[in-house]
Design a protein around this ligand. Structure first.
Ligand code: FPP
Ligand code: MG
Length: 298
């Protein structure tokens, strides 16, 4: 997509404005992701100078949060490539994250006030979401409410804000698009959590079934814990390097109890809620973004 190239070009130009060689070098080390947030913004606001800038701002904030997240999670890969903390060190990852998000905020001050508020407020939420996520990995969490609150803040809030800000730019009904973005974001994180279980490490670009080892009790585990007759066994595997037969047992038990199937159903349901919110907009591409995300190999 040529317009996504324009977003990458805009990010590069913002970094060039920072006038520091090291930052340009580090930017080149970042692997490009799916750019879901940009796709969403451009679909809603169309392609113009302002919408490309908004995309660049959001992508820079997202990238900076991942630079910090990889330090927090001690991850050595990101999007199938070595992460910046692995290539350099934790300090570099944090500091470059700081440059990216402060430059993004500098540019945000040049946008209409309501857009600046919407995006910056979401960054507060996602930072709190990350804190909750880390906190929830301390003990085996069995609360759905805590899980949903966390994924809303950590992931859905910035996607919701991106859709809302794009609607504000395009003078469309911002509340409808915010709801679309929120449900899309929730479904997106749930699918990410499901893929951790169903996909192999090659497809994921990181080790498979890592969430549970890291202490994350995601939606398929929540359902499994509720339904399995072997709660003690499941608890005994929590935060443990899993042997092959142990991960195979978890997967099989998720199939037997329909924990996996029902997690996929719940994610798809949220996807349909998203589409319902913008039904009257007559925009097929919003439906396409959603279906591309949920109609996939699990
Ligand atoms: C990835 O989650 C992490 C996030 C979506 C948000 C991280 C947010 C922060 C570190 C707050 C700091 C924010 C800024 C702007 C500096 P994950 O670990 O579940 O997913 P992964 O498997 O992709 O790592
Ligand atoms: Mg992480």
């Amino acid at each position: 997509m040529i317009e996504l190239e324009k977003v990458k070009e805009q990010i590069k130009n913002f970094i060039i404005e920072c006038d520091d060689e090291k930052c340009i070098e580090l930017l080149e080390k970042l692997a490009t992701g799916k750019m879901l947030r940009s796709k969403l913004i451009l679909k809603i606001a169309g392609i113009n100078e302002e919408s490309i800038k908004l995309c660049a701002i959001v992508e820079m904030i997202h990238a900076s949060s991942l630079l910090h997240d990889d330090v927090i999670d001690e991850a050595d890969t990101r999007r199938g490539q070595p992460s910046v903390n692995a290539l350099y060190d934790n300090k570099t990852s944090i500091m470059f994250g700081d440059v990216l998000y402060s430059k993004a905020f500098t540019q945000l001050t040049q946008m209409p006030k309501e857009i600046a508020y919407t995006i910056s407020n979401a960054v507060t939420l996602l930072s709190i979401g990350e804190m909750i996520d880390v906190d929830l990995t301390k003990n085996f969490n069995t609360s759905y409410d805590k899980y949903f609150d966390m994924i809303y803040k950590k992931t859905a809030s910035l996607i919701e804000a991106s859709a809302k800000a794009a609607a504000l730019l395009a003078k469309k009904d911002e509340n409808k698009f915010a709801l679309y973005g929120k449900n899309l974001g929730l479904a997106f994180q749930m699918i990410d959590d499901i893929l951790d279980i169903t996909q192999d490490s090659k497809t994921l670009g990181k080790p498979a079934m890592l969430d549970f080892v890291e202490g994350k009790v995601t939606i398929p585990y929540l359902l499994l814990f509720e339904r399995t007759e072997h709660k003690d066994k499941l608890k005994s595997l929590y935060k443990k390097e899993l042997l092959q037969e142990e991960s195979a047992w978890i997967k099989q038990e998720m199939i037997n109890t329909k924990a996996l199937e029902d997690s996929i159903k719940q994610a798809k349901q949220l996807g349909h809620e998203a589409i319902k919110a913008v039904e009257n907009e007559n925009d097929d591409s919003l439906v396409q973004i959603m279906t591309a995300m949920i109609e996939r190999e699990f």
